[in-house]
Design a protein around this ligand. Structure first.
Ligand SMILES: *[C@@H]1O[C@H](CO)[C@@H](O)[C@H](O)[C@H]1NC(C)=O
Ligand SMILES: *[C@@H]1O[C@H](CO)[C@@H](O)[C@H](O)[C@H]1NC(C)=O
Ligand SMILES: *[C@@H]1O[C@H](CO)[C@@H](O)[C@H](O)[C@H]1NC(C)=O
Ligand SMILES: CC(=O)N[C@H]1CO[C@H](CO)[C@@H](O)[C@@H]1O
Ligand SMILES: [Cu+2]
Length: 565
């Protein structure tokens, strides 16, 4: 009789019990019991030569927490056995091309509910889940950019209308920095990422970066991909299969939020650190959750880069706000810690900024256990980092107004969101010239903060100005959809918000405050040199720009972007 007893004991201590199709209460999952994983690394180069990687997408299971049963996921990896969530970190070197053949090995049925009533990739042959990989922050030719309509299914059996090739070319000729790869299939981005299709990609430029003497090496320089999920008792990821307007969109909901905060594939992980400096490249890889990260003992972040590029000088702060897809590359000096443990926490309301306050579960991210041994000496952080051209208004040759609209149903629930009042399918209206710089006024007429991401564009935020007589302006915009005719300059007269110093560099995504007009300078050229793009950026199928709240992007806060000569 001892065996069954032991067996039950084993089960109780290793998984949580409950009704399998019910949501697990995050309180049932103890925090800080799993070690922070280090994702496998793939080199995008071979000595001084390009490397050609074959990376698959596989259906497998993944343990998100010691006490959760294995979760079905979609994972990137070299093989099914080695595939991980997030996927392997790709390390590329400036000036050396990386080629990747992305291979879809996914089954015909999705593991999460999706919605065919929003603009969605639906394979004619029903040969599996459509996917397409976008390298976020990459300066990449259109055919390798992972255009939303260039999707493909298992074995390339079905392909989207703009699909052209199997092997993507990443020239890596841009400035060094932090990128990430993730799925971008039309109307399925929110579910494909939720299923696990995300991974980090770093472009190193040793000549430029080595002199900075930032913490380096596998132990001291870590990528942290953060996302939130909800789970059922049987371990499956929970995504509501009923929409907020089920009679219009059976499944679509305006924002996905989960209460379990996952870092590098483990719920609220722990990490043992020495009393010294570490570098963390923090990527918000979630669908809709913003994080305002802070340390519970007041320890500070020394931010050295944001999404894509280095800052010109380090910025020290106690809290960092990251919208979905934003990146903060920070140094944390644990020798300054007054305590031997510290929690990385979050206090951003969701939806941001006017939604629910954080709760016990989603306010914690991970915990650090700091060695009691004496401090390890490390190099000081330099006062200057990397200098890129400052945003130069006089170089701008074109001005655009981009208005963000949210539409609601009779029951006052959001049905969809558009940029400039246009569906994705409407003919392209944004056609910047290769090499040009433009001013974009982004007008948020919704209640949410929307992180706007522009493929190929490097943007510098200039200022945010509150709109006065907002209802009058909104009425006019709803009727005319024309910021100039609606006298934007007479409305852009409210409070001015300066750009935070950690957000002053060149970025590829920026938070558009609700009720404000945000002025950004967008460059369609390199920042590290005056060389032109090493490919024809005007080729088909072009690019896109979109809100990076994935549930918005899918329905359909995304528009085509076509570069021209
Ligand atoms: C968990 O339960 C849900 C709801 O009943 C079901 O759809 C899903 O397939 C189950 N997952 C596993 C891994 O059994
Ligand atoms: C799923 O969404 C529907 C519609 O908004 C809502 O009524 C229901 O409570 C949601 N279910 C869960 C478990 O959140
Ligand atoms: C690029 O050209 C501008 C204007 O001619 C010049 O000021 C700048 O120094 C150049 N930048 C680089 C990195 O060569
Ligand atoms: C927080 C905030 O300012 N929200 C405003 C965003 O814009 C909408 C419409 O323009 C207003 O109704 C909100 O109050
Ligand atoms: Cu949005």
């Amino acid at each position: 009789m001892i065996f069954p007893f032991l067996f039950i004991f084993f089960c109780l201590s290793s998984t949580v019990f409950g009704i399998s199709d019910e949501l697990i209460n995050p309180k049932k999952l103890p925090m800080f019991v799993d070690d922070l994983p280090d994702m496998p690394k793939l080199l995008g180069f071979h000595g001084q030569h390009p490397n050609h990687l074959q990376i698959g997408m596989f259906l497998k299971t993944w343990k998100f927490h010691r006490d959760l049963p294995p979760t079905p996921v979609f994972a990137y990896g070299i093989s099914k056995d080695t595939a991980t969530v997030p996927g392997p970190t790709i390390e590329a070197v400036h000036g050396i091309s990386t080629f990747v053949t992305w291979q879809n090995h996914l089954p015909s049925k999705h593991i999460l509910p999706w919605d065919p009533t929003i603009p969605t990739a639906i394979p004619a042959g029903n040969n599996g889940v459509p996917t397409v990989v976008h390298l976020h922050g990459g300066i990449t030719e259109p055919a390798s950019d992972g255009h939303a309509t260039s999707w493909f299914t298992n074995g390339f059996k079905d392909k989207g209308p703009s699909w052209t090739k199997k092997t993507y070319h990443y020239p890596n000729q841009q400035h060094p920095g932090n990128l990430w790869y993730h799925d971008h299939a039309m109307g399925l981005t929110r579910v494909n990422l939720l299923a696990g299709l995300v991974g980090a990609y770093i472009i190193c430029h040793p000549d430029v970066e080595a002199p900075l003497r930032l913490p380096y090496g596998r132990e001291f320089d870590r990528s942290l991909l953060v996302f939130d999920r909800s789970f059922l008792y049987n371990g499956s990821i929970f995504m509501n299969s009923t929409g907020n307007n089920p009679s219009i969109h059976p499944q679509w909901q305006p924002e996905y939020f989960g209460d379990v905060i996952v870092v590098n594939g483990k719920a609220w992980p722990r990490m043992r650190v020495q009393r010294r400096k570490y570098r963390f490249r923090i990527i918000n890889a979630g669908n809709a959750r913003f994080y305002r990260f802070f340390f519970t003992n007041g320890l500070k972040f020394i931010q050295v880069a944001s999404d894509s590029a280095y800052l010109s000088q380090p910025v020290v702060s106690k809290a960092i706000l990251l919208a979905p897809s934003e990146i903060a590359d920070v140094v944390v000096d644990f020798s300054k810690s007054t305590t031997n443990t510290v929690i990385l926490a979050n206090d951003a309301a969701y939806p941001y900024p006017s939604g629910d306050p954080v709760n016990e579960a989603n306010s914690k991210v991970m915990k650090f256990y700091i060695s009691k041994n004496k401090e390890v000496e490390t190099q000081p952080i330099p006062k200057k980092l990397i200098q890129y051209p400052k945003p130069d208004l006089s170089s701008a040759s074109y001005t655009r107004y981009i208005a963000m609209y949210e539409y609601t149903s009779d029951i006052d629930e959001p049905t969809h969101l558009y940029l400039n009042g246009k569906p994705y399918e409407a003919p392209v209206t944004e056609k910047p010239k290769v090499g040009s710089t433009e001013i974009w006024y982004v007008i948020n007429l919704t209640e949410d903060n929307h992180p706007l991401h522009i493929h190929m564009g490097l943007l510098a935020a200039l200022e945010q100005t509150e709109l006065v007589h907002l209802e009058e302006f909104k009425d006019c915009m709803t009727k005319k959809n024309d910021a100039v005719k609606c006298k934007i300059e007479e409305h852009a007269r409210g409070k001015r918000r300066k750009v935070n110093s950690n957000e002053k560099g060149w970025k590829n995504v920026y938070k558009m405050m609700p009720g404000f007009v945000t002025k950004i300078l967008v460059r369609f050229s390199n920042i590290h040199s005056n060389t032109s793009y090493p490919f024809d950026a005007t080729a088909e199928p072009g690019y896109v720009y979109h809100c990076h709240i994935l549930d918005h992007e899918d329905n359909a806060m995304m528009r085509p972007l076509k570069l021209v000569y």
